[in-house]
Design a protein around this ligand. Sequence first.
Ligand code: GMT
Length: 380
Amino acid sequence: MKIGITGYPTYGGSGVVATELGLELAQRGHEIHFISYAQPIRLRGQEPNIHYHEVEVSRYPLFDYPPYDLALATRMAEVAQLYDLDLLHVHYAIPHSVSALLARQMMADGPRGRRLPFVTTLHGTDITLVGLDRSYLPITRYSINQSDGVTAISNYLRDRTMRVFDVKREIQVIYNSVNTDVYCRCNNSGELRKEYAPKGERLLVHLSNFRPVKRVTDVIEIFDRVHKQIPSRLLLIGDGPDRSVAEWLAVQKGIHEDVLFLGKQDQVQDQLGISDVLLMPSELESFGLAALEGMACEVVPIATRTGGVPEVIEHGVSGFLADVGDVNTMARYAIDLLNDESKLRTVAKAARSVATDRFASSKIVPQYENFYRRVLERSS
Ligand code: GMT
């Protein structure tokens, strides 16, 4: 198949999912065309079967708000025409599914008058936060209803979309996936571990876009409690609006020398592959891709019981769950685990098994292929 993929190309779970899916599909022989305003971060630009088409947005002085959605729709239609795409797959409803809808209409009105179906994958904040904004809700509902196929990354997100958006159409759940050959504890990274933990300290890790929904200050609060009892260091991967408040809190608590802000990283499997425990105390996660990536690397996730997280982490088996804001309980789980090597290894192995048995890309990507085939059959 020839597939156009659009997502947010920089940092964030939905962009990572879109890019990894495109890479996997290309390896399976499909022709993939990424269409967005920047090259997706995990692309090297050399991969076979992968093309990247940049969307240029003109910055005319009149445009206080440059119309990216329209430029994207135009580029989608151009690329579809030029490369004879079979379908578009957009990740994150706003504004991508609206642009795809316009591109479909442009194609129908074009010289060959053909139908270009599009699939929308819902990721979370497009529904739970942004989509509930009154100014976005009607158009998000409309573009979901108009999509030729809709998928959601968890049962939680599907149910919430149907309920809150009053959507009646079918939404198929296709879980996020992880490439378990790349995400593993299999890179010989003793040197890296020594760099971050020179005195043999335990390593805790957090990976996010540092938005308020991630509750990064809870990460610091949990680590502070762990640090008081266990020689340990905290790796913080990513960047975003709450980074400075987290830095400030680490200084206030006098633990800043053991809190390492690593910023945005391209190869997060390197840091995950040497860590012991992953902290994800989010207010809400429709899935929690960061936890899954950690689990594949045998890092035990300690997270909040929210949204779709319980569909990924089984409490007491493949990780630990607590209520949002309950930093004491999350710290206790971490301390108990780090004091008990055998329990840590058992839960870490169980976490890896969940990643390989239920969420490996080799199992999830064929679900997308089947979904595309059904959409194409229905649209022909
Ligand atoms: O969490 C964010 O702020 C980013 C957002 C995104 O779209 O990049 O993440 C959402 O999609 C991820 C990939 O499917 C999921 O793993 C996250 O759980 C989801 N975030 C939320 O629901 C808050």
